[in-house]
Design a protein around this ligand. Structure first.
Ligand SMILES: [Zn+2]
Ligand SMILES: [Zn+2]
Length: 205
């Protein structure tokens, strides 16, 4: 299925009912991770692209929010070279990455996994459903909170912000968000760098 790209991040989505998104990166086989790391007591988000198959070295990218959002290599930027991984946000809230970049002038850094926490949830830990609400069908994203899948967090799609929000966190004014991405050539979920302030609920299929 060809997806219609949302041209600008400020553009509002118009669809409120859709099937499970199947975003595709280009190329699809790049080894990367989206992570949270702590610096000065604050959490930040980074995109890591591994420079070797064994995940020994990586390039670190930070999100640059302009009308055309992208991830830029920090170390190259320090040397006045802009290396961009372009992202596209689709109408169903999914995000795709274009990993075709210019050549870095920086050297990759050593990958130290203990410095980062992945923000990617793989397909065994979530479920996409459609449920009727007031006579209309709405997409519902279930993210499991336990291995036995008895407990979960429920996310509804917000057409104004074009992403999924945790319902219970939103009631408490916390924007815990999620969107579909492609990871390790499968459909996965990327969450933002915050923590839930809500409690998981019993999952009723
Ligand atoms: Zn670089
Ligand atoms: Zn929550």
């Amino acid at each position: 299925m060809k997806q219609t790209p949302v041209k600008r991040s400020s553009q509002k989505s118009t669809i409120s009912d859709f099937d499970e998104p199947t975003p595709k990166n280009s190329p699809e086989n790049v080894d990367f991770d989206i992570v949270r790391y702590f610096n000065d007591g604050k959490s930040h988000k980074k995109l890591l692209v591994f420079a070797s198959n064994e995940r020994k070295q990586c390039y670190e990218y930070v999100f640059v929010k302009t009308p055309l959002s992208y991830y830029g290599c920090n170390k190259c930027f320090a040397q006045k070279k802009v290396i961009k991984i372009k992202t596209e946000t689709h109408e169903d809230g999914s995000r795709t990455f274009d990993f075709d970049t210019d050549k870095h002038i920086c050297e990759p850094i050593e990958y130290l996994p203990e410095n980062y926490q992945s923000l990617i949830i793989d397909s065994s830990n979530f479920k996409f459903e459609k449920r009727p609400v007031k006579g209309k069908i709405h997409p519902l994203l279930i993210i499991f909170a336990s291995d036995d899948k008895n407990m979960c967090y429920k996310f509804g799609f917000d057409t104004c912000h074009n992403m999924f929000f945790c319902y219970e966190c939103k009631k408490q004014y916390r924007n815990f968000t999620a969107r579909f991405i492609q990871y390790e050539e499968k459909t996965a979920i990327e969450v933002n760098r915050l923590e839930h302030i809500c409690k998981p609920q019993k999952y009723i299929p």
